[in-house]
Design a protein around this ligand. Structure first.
Ligand code: OGA
Ligand code: FE
Length: 272
């Protein structure tokens, strides 16, 4: 007798090469330099390991993936705001919608936005072709002390998270979609702390070592009305802690595909 699972179509899977972390050959502490350095000075001291992986399209079953189970969550939401050329207006007119979106989706009581990054072909930053986690537990705590020094101790005594709120500026995204690794399948040893050196302070990000147990997902053809919440840190144990992510070259995207345009907003998320 046929079961329901047998009648479901197989998920669409694409194969692509992702760049993973490979440690410095000389055993030194890994770092990125993210301020302007004299020409010829290296801005990192570790290598990429290119590895072919399967990336599963979640289109049609987005709701199976949640921040607490997998570390990422897709939702739909309309934002009237569209003037991405003006950072002051982004802060005044787009940020409040982001705060609402995060509160609605997570039940958080307080959200502090500390950064945004626009990625387009010209003039802004490019997609990131490297599997990474934006924060380490240590750098996540440092972020709270940096942006909310007066009540950091109180805030850090309860549950807090770092969540990136990522969405296309236009869509459907055809080129360089974002792949997300299921937090559930990430071993603690797969993630390596990499110093992130700003001019005035040093933070940290997570480089991700390849492990065949890892599973990667993406949402094909994301539109401007679709969003993904990317968990970078959670102080709570027993839930998804953080999700590695990277842009990837989609082998099915057409040669004349429009360049991907996106904005990610980085937020500190607190609970009562
Ligand atoms: C992020 C991120 C990369 C990209 O949102 O944290 O790493 O290519 N984005 O959009
Ligand atoms: Fe990131």
């Amino acid at each position: 007798m046929a079961t329901i699972t047998e009648t479901l179509p197989a998920p669409t899977v694409v194969e692509s090469t992702l760049n993973f972390y490979s440690p410095p050959k000389d055993g030194s502490i890994p770092y990125n330099v993210v301020y302007d350095v004299p020409e010829g000075t290296p801005t990192r001291n570790y290598e990429n390991l290119a590895q072919k992986v399967e990336i599963i399209d979640v289109r049609g079953r987005e709701s199976e993936f949640t921040l607490d189970k997998n570390g990422f969550q897709f939702e739909r939401r309309y934002h009237a705001f569209k003037d991405w050329s003006d950072d002051e207006r982004i802060k005044k007119e787009y940020y409040p919608g982001v705060i609402n979106a995060i509160k609605e989706t997570t039940g958080a009581s307080k959200v502090i936005i500390f950064d945004n990054t626009i990625r387009t072909k010209d003039g802004y930053r490019n997609p990131v072709m490297f599997v990474h986690v934006d924060q380490t537990p240590r750098s996540a705590e440092d972020r709270v002390r940096l942006h909310s020094p007066d009540d950091a101790d109180v805030l850090l005594s309860k549950r807090f998270q770092i969540i990136n709120y990522w969405k296309p500026l236009a869509g459907p995204v055809e080129e360089f979609p974002l792949a997300l690794g299921d937090a559930h399948d990430m071993a603690e040893d797969d993630i390596v702390s990499v110093e992130h050196r700003y001019r005035d302070r040093t933070g940290a990000t997570g480089g991700v070592k390849y492990n065949p147990n890892q599973k990667y997902y993406y949402l094909s053809g994301m539109t401007a009305d679709e969003e993904v919440f990317i968990k970078c840190y959670d102080s709570r144990d027993g839930v998804a802690k953080r999700t590695p992510h990277t842009a990837f070259e989609d082998p099915t995207s057409k040669p004349d595909a429009l360049p991907r345009e996106s904005i990610e907003v980085r937020t500190l998320v607190f609970y009562d």
